[in-house]
Design a protein around this ligand. Structure first.
Ligand SMILES: [Zn+2]
Length: 320
C-alpha cells in the first residue's frame, strides 16, 4: 500500500489510452447488438382482426400495418436500453461503493445494524479522500453509455450507492455530497416512503435530492426476497416502484438493486422485460459490462472500514 503503487493504479485509470488497453476489456457481443428491442414489442395476440384486412383488392398485397399505438416506443423520455455500438461492448473495472446508514449506530445495535452503518465522521473522511485524490463520482446512466457507446469516462470514476432510503441519508449524507459536488445513487423501497415509515426519507426529501441531480432507483416495493415468485408478484414489486419513483422524480428510473442481493432467473428476466438498463447485487467485485448488466457487483463499505482499507477499495486493491 505504498504511495507509488497507489499512483500506478491511478495512472491506469486516468490515462485515456489505457482505457481501451489495460482497463477496458473489449469483448465481442455478437448476439446482443441487434436483439434488444423484441421485449418492447406487443405480443402477437394483438394483431388486427381479419375484419380490418382488405378482402376486395388482393392485388394490393395487404401488408398489415399494426396500430402505431402498439409498436411505438414507450415514450420519448424513455429511450431503449443503449446497446453496444458495432457489436462491441466494454467491460470496466470500476468501484461501486455500497452504503446503507450514514449515522452512529443506536445504543444496543446488533452486529448487523452496526455493520450497515458508517459514521458521519468516517463518511466525510471517505468523501474527502475521493476529492483529494481526484476521483469523479458518476451515475449508472453515464456508465451504461460508456460501456455501450464508448463515450469517454471521467477521470477515476466511482459510483456511490446508498440502499434502503434511511432518513440519515437525507440528514447527513446528502449535505456532505453537496459540499463535495458528488452525485449519489439511492435505491428506494417505495412502500416505506409511501407509508411514511419512521426512520425513512419522505417524498419531499427525495424530490429535493432528485432536483439537486441525485439519482433515485427502485429497490423493490417492500424489500422482500424476490426469489421463487410468480410474474404478477414480480411486476408488483419491480414495475410498481419504478412507476412510483418516475411520478416523483420526473423520469423513468432504469436501475434496480435486488433486496438483500437476492434474485433468480425470473427476476433477471423481469429486469430485461421492463427495460431496466442494469441491476446491482451485494456480491463483491468490480467488473461492470453489458453482458453482466443485471448482476453488477458492488463493494461494501463497513462500519469498521478504516480509511487505509477504503483507499484499497477505491483503487480496486480490495481483493489483494
Ligand atoms: Zn436493502
Amino acid at each position: 500500500m505504498n504511495q507509488d503503487g497507489r499512483h500506478t493504479a491511478v495512472a491506469s485509470v486516468n490515462t485515456p489510452t489505457a482505457e481501451s488497453n489495460a482497463l477496458a476489456t473489449v469483448q465481442p457481443t455478437p448476439t446482443i447488438a441487434d436483439t434488444a428491442t423484441p421485449t418492447n414489442t406487443p405480443t402477437p395476440t394483438q394483431t388486427p382482426t381479419p375484419t380490418n384486412t382488405p378482402t376486395i383488392t388482393p392485388t394490393s398485397t395487404p401488408s398489415i400495418t399494426p396500430n402505431p399505438a402498439w409498436t411505438a416506443t414507450p415514450s420519448p423520455t424513455a429511450p431503449p436500453l443503449p446497446t453496444p455500438v458495432d457489436s462491441i461492448s466494454t467491460t470496466l473495472s470500476i468501484p461501486v461503493l455500497m452504503y446503507h446508514y450514514i449515522s452512529i449506530p443506536p445504543e444496543g445495535a446488533d452486529e448487523y445494524r452496526t455493520d450497515l452503518s458508517v459514521t458521519p465522521d468516517n463518511f466525510r473522511a471517505q468523501m474527502q479522500y475521493l476529492a483529494d485524490n481526484g476521483f469523479t463520482p458518476i451515475d449508472f446512466y453515464t456508465l451504461s453509455r460508456v460501456i455501450t457507446n464508448h463515450e469517454a469516462l471521467p477521470p477515476q470514476p466511482v459510483i456511490l450507492t446508498f440502499d434502503d432510503g434511511y432518513i440519515d441519508i437525507y440528514q447527513t449524507a446528502y449535505p456532505i455530497l453537496q459540499e463535495f459536488g458528488f452525485i449519489g445513487t439511492f435505491f428506494i423501497p417505495t412502500e416505506f416512503i409511501d407509508s411514511n415509515r419512521a426512520g425513512y426519507m419522505t417524498w419531499p426529501m427525495i424530490e429535493e435530492m432528485a432536483a439537486a441531480g441525485h439519482r433515485f432507483e427502485p429497490h423493490s416495493r417492500t424489500h422482500p426476497d424476490l426469489r421463487n415468485r410468480d410474474n404478477d408478484y414480480l411486476i408488483w414489486e419491480i414495475l410498481g416502484p419504478q412507476e412510483t419513483l418516475a411520478a416523483h422524480i420526473g423520469y423513468t428510473p432504469r436501475y434496480f438493486a435486488y433486496p438483500s442481493g437476492r434474485y433468480d432467473d425470473a427476476v433477471v428476466a423481469m429486469m430485461q422485460h421492463l427495460d431496466f438498463w442494469g441491476a446491482v447485487t451485494t456480491a463483491g467485485g468490480d467488473q461492470l459490462g453489458f453482458e453482466n448488466r443485471y448482476v453488477w457487483p458492488r463493494l461494501r463499505i463497513r462500519y469498521d472500514t478504516p480509511l487505509e482499507e477504503f483507499a484499497d477499495v477505491v483503487y480496486l486493491r480490495w481483493n489483494e
